[in-house]
Design a protein around this ligand. Sequence first.
Ligand code: PLP
Length: 386
Amino acid sequence: MSFRPSDRLTKLPPYLFAEFERKRAALEKQGKDIVNLGIGDPDQPPPRLLLETMKAHLRDEGVHQYSSSQGIEEFRSAVASFMKKRYGLALENREICLGIGSKELIAHMPLALTNPGDVVLCPEPGYPPYRSGTLFALSEPYVMPLRKERGFLPDLDSIPADVLKRAKILYVNYPNNPTGAVAPREFYAKCVEFAKAHGLLVVSDEAYAELYYGKPPCSFLELPGARDVGVAVHSMTKTFSMAGWRVAWVCGNAEVVEIIRGFKANCDSGQFMGFQKAVAKVLTKGTGDMKSIRAMYKRRRDLFVKGCRKLGWDVTSPEAGLYIWFEVPAKGLTSMQFAERALEAGVIMLPGSGFGQAAEGFMRVALTVTEDRIREAVKRLATLKL
Ligand SMILES: Cc1ncc(COP(=O)(O)O)c(C=O)c1O
């Protein structure tokens, strides 16, 4: 007997990060040392407060059973107080739902909120689950290219009327992966108007909102009227170096949050309650750690940008996020060819083409290695004959 993946699954492009992970593992098996600037997987340990609080809760009674998929009250109250303090938002617990990481929230959104044949507006380059979640739901992704000359903001006015008639979700992601762009308030205000005019939901992926190097970026939800048309997705992954722990939340429009809660009740059973309690403690008492995390990424960013500029590469320093996004510094090479050359020199960086056609010609570097490793990467890149 043989088994085949579903048509929906075979329709998806290969997951770029997984391909590069395979290449890295194969090279390391041959004894090669590789500096991995590929996946945005924070390399630091999570906050001590999380570990200590979690340890204490392991012995508690009543935390080991199933919990509801929307998250315990203590977790949602802590999220509400964090969102109030950071963004001035007044959210009720019912306007917040737990995610087992934000990837599942994002990927499930079209299944919970669209029907086959609906359109989902997806930025390109963009985080792959916007598109894969849409295809799983048998909806159609409509690609919104993010161009450098537009500050990597989508041109909403260029979307054809027949597409807009079927559009149900608009994904926006700022601070942006991979471009590092930050959305000005005017862009979010435009999204509110646009969503109202076309009857669609804005899903603002704010996974990188706490990793900024200048002025703190605002949330989409801060804009007047935003909560009538949208939700924001936040994650602990990048902010607190907790990629493996899996915790996030979606908040905003109460009706949409309720729909997501109802959807999730059918496919997960929340997160370990002891962990949710520890996360609640970090969100209410441990946010001071974010300052040193930001300072660390800023040092790494500056080191990489300075190093590349010394090589004569035109590299812009991002205002926020975990990534450096820059044009392939060699005429005549595609981003994949450049990534292959970098890999031969012992450095993994991701080719723009893996983020969609609109991103061809760019490279992405993740700042998730130490300063020593960044120095080493730059040294190796300097040996490339371009
Ligand atoms: C734009 C964006 N959103 C969401 C996520 C998902 O993060 P997590 O599922 O760990 O919360 C990522 C991860 O790289 C991302 O780049």
